[in-house]
Write a protein that binds this ligand. Structure first.
Ligand SMILES: *Cc1c(COP(=O)(O)O)cnc(C)c1O
Length: 385
């Protein structure tokens, strides 16, 4: 029998034990052991989840609507409700694509799409640092997959040159903003590769970019002007959109095929219609949130500059790593910043490569300038120890 207790003790010894933090929320703050800390680890990038007036406005409206708190079924049986179809139409129209399809989460999307679409004549080629959900999707798919060095498009091209004749189709999979370094993919270059290798389908996970990037907040593909070239553009609603769920925009054929084959879509109860309506409510507000996006960019640049040489130079977004290397140093720096009132968390291997334990700052647009100044001062202090 495996001694799970002992394994956990060893993990704790090595500084790698995960626990669920006992915290409470007060808007932009987290209350931990009686102390109120500014939340610098949330994915509420635009500050919409903590915006009380938006929540009120929605709930007052929703009270008068026939919006159940459960769909009580998969969408393919009796779980489809008008808000689903309306949000899908809104997404397809906003992105200027034929179709959109909703999922219960980004995890469902990424573990379901590839297994549904591939066969033995498919090769999947993914960036080394893609999210765990994409890795799980590749594994579940049963297709052959290879990974190219992070953002190394010349290696990707070599793989394509070597392999493309041997397969019927190839998926190139990347995130647009990467979760741990906050760097951005060069989607234009990937589109060029797709033109060079016509069997390639591009799959881009915009989980961290939807809401935050692009003139209408549609993501990095909007900013880089290449939405029509992305075959499967995946976005999530649990981050900047302050809700829950995910979507893909794609061709009508791919959407219809997913409806027929994608197991997490077919075999799971659909999200509550009320939740979908909240997502749609916020999504409609996105174009007018440019000032929030600008502010987020401004704060992010300042934090990245302060952390230049310590990981800040990697970031091109609101996710800014502060790399400390060893687990212990990282945990200590996080504790110091927490004592100073900033809720930031250590991220350790295996979530990040060995030797790159880090604090992962994810900023939000509702941070005050004074708070940023205080944070920069505290980081300065932590750099000295
Ligand atoms: C958060 C995240 C997901 C998972 O999305 P959920 O809706 O939280 O399940 C998928 N991909 C990336 C890149 C993410 O950061």
């Amino acid at each position: 029998m495996r001694d799970y207790r002992k394994i956990l003790e060893d993990l704790a010894e090595a500084g790698g034990l995960r626990t669920i933090p006992p915290i409470r929320h007060e808007g932009r703050w987290v209350v931990k052991e009686g102390e109120r800390l500014l939340n610098l680890s949330s994915n509420d990038y635009l500050g919409l989840a903590s915006d009380e007036s938006l929540r009120r406005e929605f709930l007052l409206w929703a009270l008068e609507q026939p919006l159940p708190l459960s769909s009580s079924s998969s969408r393919l049986l009796t779980g489809n409700f008008p808000p689903y179809d309306e949000l899908e139409s809104l997404l397809a129209e906003s992105y200027g694509r034929e179709a959109a399809l909703l999922f219960n989460s980004g995890y469902h999307a990424n573990t379901g799409i590839l297994p549904a679409l591939v066969d033995k004549q498919t090769l999947i080629i993914a960036d080394k640092l893609v999210h765990a959900s994409i890795i799980d999707g590749m594994r579940l798919s049963g297709a052959t997959f290879v990974r190219y060095r992070h953002q190394d498009y010349s290696q990707l091209r070599q793989i394509l040159l070597r392999e493309s004749a041997r397969y019927e189709q190839l998926f190139v999979v990347t995130e647009s903003i990467f979760s741990m370094d906050g760097d951005t993919a060069d989607l234009q270059q990937l589109v060029e590769l797709k033109h060079e290798f016509p069997k390639v389908l591009l799959y881009v996970d915009e989980a961290h970019a939807v809401g935050v990037r692009g003139y209408n907040g549609l993501g990095l593909a909007e900013e880089m002007n290449c939405i029509p070239e992305i075959d499967l553009l995946v976005g999530t609603f649990g981050k900047a959109l302050a809700s829950m769920g995910a979507f893909v925009v794609c061709s009508q054929a791919l959407r219809d095929y997913l409806v027929n084959t994608m197991r997490p879509l077919i075999f799971s109860t659909a999200l509550p219609p009320l939740q979908i309506a909240w997502t749609a409510f916020l999504f409609k507000h996105l174009p007018e949130m440019q000032s929030r996006r600008n502010r987020l960019q401004m704060w992010s640049r300042r934090l990245a500059e302060a952390l230049a040489g310590r990981g800040g130079e990697r970031s091109a977004s609101h996710i800014v790593p502060y790399i400390l290397g060893k687990n212990k140093a990282c945990v200590e720096a996080a504790e110091l910043l927490q004592r100073k009132g900033f809720y930031c968390l250590p991220v350790r291997p295996p979530t990040v490569p060995p030797g790159t334990a880090r604090i992962r700052f994810s900023l939000t647009a509702d941070m005050e300038e004074e708070e940023l100044a205080q944070l920069l001062a505290c980081i300065g202090e932590s750099l000295k120890i």
